[in-house]
Design a protein around this ligand. Sequence first.
Ligand SMILES: *Cc1c(COP(=O)(O)O)cnc(C)c1O
Length: 424
Amino acid sequence: MTVPALKVLSAHDAPSAPATGAKPALVEAAAVAATTYDAPLESDALLGTYKRAPVEFTGGEGVYLVDSAGNRYLDFVSGIAVNALGYGDAGLTAALHRASDQLVHTSNLYWTAPGRELAASLVSKSFADRVFFCNSGAEANEGAFKFARRWGRTVGEAKHEIIGLRGGFHGRLFATLAATDRPAYRLPFRPLAPGISVFERDIEDLSTALDAETVCAVILEPVQGEGGVRVLDAGFVCELRALTAERGIALIFDEIQCGLGRTGTLWAHEQFGVTPDMMTLAKPIAGGLPMGAILLTEEIAQTIKPGDHGTTFGGGPFVASVAQHVFGRLSDPALLAQVTENGAWFGEQLRELASRTGRIRQVRGMGYMWGLDIMGTAGHVVSEALANGLLTCTAGEYTLRLLPPLVATRDELARGIAILEEVL
Ligand SMILES: *Cc1c(COP(=O)(O)O)cnc(C)c1O
């Protein structure tokens, strides 16, 4: 059986009607292509890949960043869900100092303790039996795809197809981009990695597409981040878990943004009562140092042999010992309970804000991860909020995304809402 072409959303980057009533994919892509040429280049020697806000930060304290003129900004971006502990955290600073007094790098030709210990910690608090360390989110997903294919080929040569979902974001490299549902990111770089397609979040479509002989993995974010902060439907995730288990297809949860406490549970998938076969982590895991991780079951791990995969810096002693500290903090039940309670309160406040201002179409999220569909473009609100001392970011053109540090107090969350209200 082959994957039905009609239901594949991304194989040829054909125009498709988004589920949310946003503009059709091709229109969005054309608009981006038209503006690419006159996009301003970065100043100085930096390549112009980012549309940076007109501010330069020089320091930070708690949930505030400080710019070069000494202005303070309440940070509801957290370095895109990286700085879960905020800025100037005493424990993190001490961990960084301790780590810098020890070995920084030896390569993976040898053993060092911090990586082994961190892997043991992650395994002890998750579904997983093994861990592979790398350096970023995209690299973690790319590695998970390789592991899925390696494992798939122990079943049959044709079992190599990977499926991503509508609204998913998995990184900017060729394979992760192929699983990412964002035409503007994909179109200029075709051809992307083959054997990877994006499907609607529809269990009936997927049931047809998930052929046990050709599909080795499905990847999804339990709470989609870049795709607009969408908490996946619990029934859908459970059915997909059952379907993939029944057909011997690996289910990969990309918890790079939603994992490690962001939703109020250590792992976002705890909210759905299911476990994956692999899970990828990155953003907050090492307190701002670059690190990614792939957590996997013994069954998949057993098919991976020396030489199948590797990376020079992955799991080095410096970054791993800092991550051990961060993981201890983020897995602390007291912190998680606070994120759950304050997060629920924050959601209520955001819904009230929506009804007071009439400028917000929809409020979605959980824990310290929220998306507000704005009437008008979200970018406008980001600029205005910045001018008023609040950092926010977007998730697509119409969604304002809020990712406060997990240590933000209720008062600090309330302060952010007050600024937002003024701006709206
Ligand atoms: C940020 C992100 C990635 C990519 O991580 P990088 O470190 O930027 O490569 C992948 N998946 C999700 C869900 C993300 O939020």
